[in-house]
Design a protein around this ligand. Structure first.
Ligand SMILES: Nc1nc2c(ncn2[C@@H]2O[C@H](COP(=O)(O)OP(=O)(O)O)[C@@H](O)[C@H]2O)c(=O)[nH]1
Ligand SMILES: [Mg+2]
Length: 225
């Protein structure tokens, strides 16, 4: 019986996620779900990425158990931001995204970044209607985490190995990590990136711009470099 309850929750969530995806498509924006453990650099990445993407405009929905601190950090550079406080929940649900969308100027935006609650397990199970899942793993978390938490890496469209500036001071077997990712998800792109030094930022920005040009499930807007 317990399994059936969980399945019903997931089915209901997936149906709402499907409707969110239709909303994104109509608005012509790309929605990205950023998933990682707490502290791997999601908000810092948004602080660097959103200004660099301009004139393209970005919306942000951010999920945390408590506080509006991440929303405060990105509100200056984003077109608009919604902070969701999940209370006890370790991930966002699709219906929380639906509720947030009514407050956002979707048609004016090119990207919607959804910073999920910091967690390497549950966010991977709950579709929010995003077009793409971006998984972050930071160097200080250790090179064993891909094998230990495989679910989110299987679902990834892009893996960002963040804080690459710390490779010079921490032990981290990059070859093993890339092999572990490839075993789970043969075609996924992997980028080493640092918000401190700027390494990998150009490739990340190109990947984001290419998403629009490839028309990833959305009515792509015309982009000029
Ligand atoms: N060395 C280094 N530190 C970083 C980098 N990106 C983020 N940080 C730091 O990591 C900590 C957590 O970052 P934050 O963006 O809040 O992580 P989040 O919880 O995933 O949103 C902060 O102290 C950041 O300054 C990076 O590229 N290199
Ligand atoms: Mg954050």
């Amino acid at each position: 019986m317990k399994v059936k309850v969980v399945k019903r929750v997931l089915d209901a969530n997936n149906e709402i996620a499907r409707k969110n995806r239709e909303i994104f498509q109509k608005a012509g924006l790309i929605a990205l779900n950023l998933i990682s453990s707490p502290g791997s650099g999601k908000t810092t990445l948004l602080e660097e990425t959103i200004p660099a993407l301009k004139p393209q405009k970005s919306l942000v929905i951010v999920g945390d158990l408590q506080t509006a601190r991440d929303a405060e950090r990105v509100q200056e550079c984003a077109l608009d931001v919604v902070q969701i406080n999940t209370g006890m929940s370790c991930h966002l649900y699709a219906n929380q995204i639906t509720e947030s969308l009514s407050d956002l100027p979707l048609k004016e935006a090119d990207y919607l970044f959804i910073e999920n609650v910091g967690n390497m397990v549950c966010p991977g199970e709950f579709d929010l209607g995003e077009n793409l899942k971006v998984i972050l793993l930071s160097i200080p978390e250790g090179d064993d985490k891909v094998a230990k938490y495989p679910t989110i890496f299987r679902a990834a469209d892009l893996v960002l190995l963040t804080k690459s500036d710390l490779l010079s001071v921490l032990k981290f077997d990059m070859v093993r990590v890339k092999e572990d990712i490839a075993r789970l998800n043969a075609n996924v792109s992997i980028l080493e990136i640092s918000c401190q030094t700027g390494e990998g930022m150009a490739d990340w920005l190109k990947w984001l711009k290419d998403c629009h040009q490839k028309d990833i499930g959305a009515k792509a807007k015309f982009f000029t470099e």
